[in-house]
Design a protein around this ligand. Structure first.
Ligand code: SF4
Length: 331
């Protein structure tokens, strides 16, 4: 079984890549970077990935021995891909991304969840596949008429996976059932405020995916989905929204209305909503009944008062209940 995870919305993590670099405010207290700082010494897993000041240095490492892990896990799982990196980081080549997609296509009994802060590169990757010169090696009018126009893509992805695997992909199977886009892959973007939502969500909506989702964590400001550049495409094209406050020593508080408003928007658009966590801070009135507030306080401009409760105590109840909805295909 893969690495166990405390992430509420997944069952396992698979990290074939390590390393990243910060992109936006949501990265300020990057959990993966904090972990990497603990294990950056000579011979340790994150050696060479952290700069002097303690931030990611932009290098990434491909872990070839981890690539085939999901193929060895026989029990179907929901697997979060690259919790310690960003699959679409510019230092990860399209060839490598295609190989990782090949593993996900082959391990078709699992459901894979990918989350990126670089949707422009994700979109470019799909365009790169579409126009790839090697498609002629797999494409033929006969196969197209029997299997559909995108039938060649799973074969192409399997080829790229076998080029990465230490054993040359022995035993890797090609499953064309889900074909393209892969029906066992959920593609998502992280957003933290309106600006990142405006930039990232439209690109996600333009990317072919069986399930599209957003993770609004850490949520650092209000997000209005109806003010996006392509509002009409959200309904029916967005399949899941996860919201969470920031955790960790320097966590910033999340105004309860930011979470509530996203929940209300999801409810009106019929999009499943999962409230992952408050993070370290809890609104002092109402939500905090019975929860000890430990010293630190924060007041938003509208007078909403937040207290530091600690992640465990703050919990994940919003307006008196747990919100644990998932995309329909998984229910
Ligand atoms: S993109 Fe993700 S992994 Fe990379 S620095 Fe930002 S939060 Fe960390």
């Amino acid at each position: 079984m893969g690495q166990k995870t405390g992430i509420e919305w997944t069952e396992a993590t698979w990290n074939p890549i390590r390393g990243c670099s910060r992109v936006s405010e949501g990265c300020r207290h990057c959990y993966a970077e904090t972990v990497a700082n603990r294990f950056k010494g000579p011979g340790e897993p994150y050696e060479g990935l952290i700069a002097k000041g303690g931030q990611w240095n932009g290098e990434v490492k491909l872990l070839e021995h981890k690539l085939a892990e999901p193929c060895r896990w026989s029990k179907p799982r929901t697997i979060f891909v690259n919790s310690m990196s960003d699959l679409f980081h510019p230092a990860v080549s399209f060839e490598t991304i295609a190989g990782i997609f090949g593993i996900m296509a082959a391990a078709s009994w699992h459901t894979f969840q990918v989350l990126t802060k670089r949707p422009e590169r994700m979109l470019e990757f799909f365009q790169w596949i579409d126009q790839h010169p090697e498609r002629k090696d797999f494409d033929s009018p006969q196969a197209r008429s029997q299997l559909g126009t995108d039938h060649w893509i799973p074969f192409f992805l399997a080829q790229k996976a076998s080029e990465l695997l230490p054993d040359g992909g022995a035993g890797l199977t090609v499953d064309i059932k889900g074909c393209w886009p892969l029906d066992n892959l959920w593609l998502g973007v992280s957003v933290e405020d309106q600006a990142t939502a405006n930039h990232r969500i439209p690109q996600l909506l333009n990317t072919p995916a069986a399930v599209r989702w957003i993770s609004a964590e850490p949520l650092l400001g209000p997000v209005d989905l109806s003010s996006l550049p392509y509002p009409s495409k959200v309904s029916g094209n967005l399949h899941w929204v996860v919201v969470g406050g920031e955790s960790g020593t320097h966590a910033r508080p999340m105004h309860p209305d930011w979470a509530r408003n996203l929940r209300n928007q999801c409810q009106s658009a019929g999009v499943p909503f999962l409230f992952k966590q408050w993070g370290e801070w809890l609104p002092v009135l109402g939500q905090s009944e019975g929860v000890p507030i430990r010293g630190r306080k924060h007041s938003f401009e509208d007078g909403t008062f937040m207290g530091w409760a600690g992640k465990k105590h703050a919990g994940r109840r919003l307006d008196g209940r747990i919100w644990d909805e998932y995309p329909e295909a998984t229910q």
